[in-house]
Design a protein around this ligand. Structure first.
Ligand SMILES: [Fe+2]
Length: 134
């Protein structure tokens, strides 16, 4: 696995943690599909799933934040929007140029590293907030 899940990424909310694990597993599928030079169809399939799933996941997180009147809501939501933009940019690049080695590097950076960074900081802060609330 190129991009392993790490227990330290758990934020303490089972629903969100399970969704994060699923996203990690799909991000790994995307990286291997690209790195193994799998056809466009396979990469498209993973990208489509990843995009839909992440959009739903983000909106679940956002409604949980707004339900709890979370003070960092808008900054957190902006980060989500930025991710979606990055993914659509990468998708367009893939469609025009295919899985170049630069695109694989960009995907690692803007999908995988972004996710790890966002979950370990921004989502974790929200997890701590939720824990303190209950
Ligand atoms: Fe988040």
């Amino acid at each position: 696995m190129l991009f392993p899940w790490d227990m330290n990424l758990e934020i303490g909310n089972d629903v969100i943690d399970d969704q994060h694990k699923e996203i990690f597993s799909r991000a790994n599928k995307l990286l291997s599909a690209m790195a193994d030079g799998k056809g466009r169809e396979e990469v498209d399939k993973v990208v489509a799933f990843l995009t839909n799933y992440v959009v739903n996941h983000f909106s679940e997180e956002e409604s949980l934040m707004s339900r709890h009147c979370y003070s960092d809501y808008s900054r957190h939501k902006n980060q989500h929007a930025q991710f979606i933009n990055n993914v659509s940019r990468l998708k367009m690049e893939f469609e025009t140029q295919g899985a170049t080695s630069d695109l694989v590097i960009q995907t690692k950076k803007h999908v995988c590293n972004w996710l790890r960074d966002h979950i370990s900081k921004t989502d974790k802060a929200f997890g701590t907030f939720l824990k303190n609330k209950s």
